[in-house]
Design a protein. Sequence first.
Length: 315
Amino acid sequence: MPRKLSRKPHPTLPLNVPGSHSGAPSHRNGRDAASPPPTVSGRWLLTAFTITILLAACCGYGALCLLFYQGQWQLLFHPSRSISSTPASEGVAFNDIRFDVDETGSPRLDGWWIPASPQGRYAADTMLYLHGNRGSLSDSVPALRELHDLGINVFAIDYRGFGISVGRHPTERLATQDSIAAWTYLTDTRHIPARDLVVFGDGVGATFAAHLAAQFAPAGIILENPNPPASSVFATDARVRILPMFLLQKEKLDPTGDLVRAHLPRLFIERGADEGRAHQLFEVSSYPKQYFDLRSSSPAEVAAILRRFLDQVLH
């Protein structure tokens, strides 16, 4: 009997009908769906530029603050390493003294001991001389000669950073320590009693002399042309006016507090071009005190004033 043949249905292929979403996407449809390239808005660029400028300004301001903090001493001290003359240049005998040894045993400070004549009026007494903010001991030779002529022993020092004393540069803190070291040398090494010591401070030396007066009580102190406070010096520099000085200022150079605390004889001398700091400090200082304007005085008149003060405090 005849066999029936069964027909299997043929699979139908998907038709790629335009507009239909079925089946694999065509290449043309993929190109149509691509996103446009990203763009940067003008506002974003302006914001980024502003932030960059602000960061650069902050870095520059911070660098300026750091430079001032580290280098403010340069506005106050003007040291020299040169020793161009000595008391011998004026025909005065002296001894070069190296003292204040460090942990290695090396002396850090240099000073001059100028002995009085054995027949000197104050041959048993000593004047500790602390110079100003410029030069070195060589620049103080005329003043040292004047003091030596009074008939008193004189010991003068260079702070660290001045002359041949060690140190990279001076600061108020270091110079104060150096002044104390000089006092200690006189009292401990030379065994000079405080009652036989007078401290003479010239310029910034007046600040350090006032500190010694408050701490050790010598027979008296002499302050000639005291320096203005550091804040006044800084105020004259336009660069400093934009800085937060209450955070950065570490140099003060103001002896007012020590002069109020110290109750011992002090002599204020004005010999500069203008009346200034000596009279101001005289007004706020505690008693006993004396003030003389010697700007027009002869060397003999100045010497007479100094001898009278020394007679009062040493004899």
